[in-house]
Design a protein around this ligand. Structure first.
Ligand code: PMP
Length: 306
């Protein structure tokens, strides 16, 4: 992955892919304090390739840095331009973008004094995070034995590098058990989120999703809220138990990488009909239309790269 054609934006410069390197004493590599984003760009019919909710992702990156008290050496506008430039320079029609801010190798202590924040933006083709079949059929999910971060152990609203140890442990466990994704519960046992997705359930025509307490404030989650409002559907944010998911009519995950993906089974229990439900399908189709520029009413969510 490190040796390929292409260009990566690193500290204000376009660097050949294979030369975008850091030292082994890079601070973030040792302790995990860094922040990042996952962003997607899609091909649209009349505006070329567009980045979806670029402003919102960039804002969350800055918020993550603020929460972790990382100095940001660039302003929002510079990073917005860097993200557009990377998609353009790599001639990508559709892309996954990875901006990240990390501490360099200027020192090693936990005090992290005298460290410089470095910023990189890479982009590559990453068609679908989930199996294409999963989009229509849904995925099998397993409740994790790993608890989602407690709000006072790490900062759940920061998309921080180190937070993802928890996600990776949960995902590996789920994959090993034959499931495709994990459902993590919070420290009190209520449903929190997937390893990299927010979760929703549908019951009797109403949509429910966990409060933001211990989950990431997902940008796709907010997009689903906007669609629900447009459709006149209510979304209730509240504590949800895992057995409520078992007996839900529908359940689905949302995330930039995973997009909108139905959950067809949790812990061996079929959810609803055992395949994609009608509200999930509606959210999926609105989402795919919005990101690909086929919903004029959501045109402001798209930033053309050229
Ligand atoms: N929760 C976690 C833990 C995530 O990593 C992600 C992906 N960023 C999400 C939820 C979904 O967030 P978004 O819709 O902004 O991608």
């Amino acid at each position: 992955f490190a040796e390929r054609e292409g260009t990566i934006w690193l500290d204000g410069e376009m660097v050949p892919w294979g030369e975008a390197k850091v030292h082994v004493l890079t601070h973030t590599l040792h302790y995990g304090l860094g922040v990042f984003e996952g962003v997607r760009a899609y091909k649209t019919p009349d505006r070329g390739t567009c980045i979806f909710k670029l402003k919102e992702h960039t804002e969350r990156l800055f918020n993550s840095a603020k929460i972790l008290t990382m100095d940001m050496p660039y302003d929002r506008e510079t990073l917005i331009e860097a993200q557009r430039a990377v998609v353009k320079a790599n001639e990508l029609e559709e892309a996954y973008l990875r901006p990240m801010c990390f501490y360099g190798s200027e020192g090693m202590g936990l005090r992290a004094d005298g460290l410089k924040t470095h910023v990189m933006v890479a982009a590559w083709e990453w068609p679908s995070y989930m199996d294409p079949e999963a989009v229509a059929r849904g995925i099998k999910v397993r409740t994790s034995s790993y608890t989602r971060h407690h709000v006072n152990i790490t900062m759940c609203k920061a998309k921080a590098n180190g937070n993802y140890i928890n996600s990776m442990l949960a995902l590996r466990e789920a994959l090993e058990s034959g499931a495709e994704e994990a459902l993590l519960l919070d420290n009190e046992g209520y449903v929190a989120e997937g390893s990299g997705e927010n979760v929703f359930i549908v019951r009797r025509g109403k949509i429910h999703t966990p409060e933001l307490t211990s989950c990431l404030d997902g940008i796709t989650r907010a997009t689903v809220f906007a669609f629900a409002e447009e459709l006149g559907l209510e979304i209730i944010e509240r504590r949800i138990t895992r057995d409520e998911v078992y007996v839900a009519d529908e359940a689905f995950f949302t995330g930039t990488a995973a997009e909108v993906v139905p959950i067809r089974m949790l812990d061996g229990r079929e959810i609803g009909s055992g395949s994609r439900g009608p509200i999930t399908e509606q959210m999926q189709s609105m989402y795919f239309d919005a990101v690909r520029g086929n919903r004029p009413q959501n045109a402001e969510w798209l930033t053309p790269v050229a």
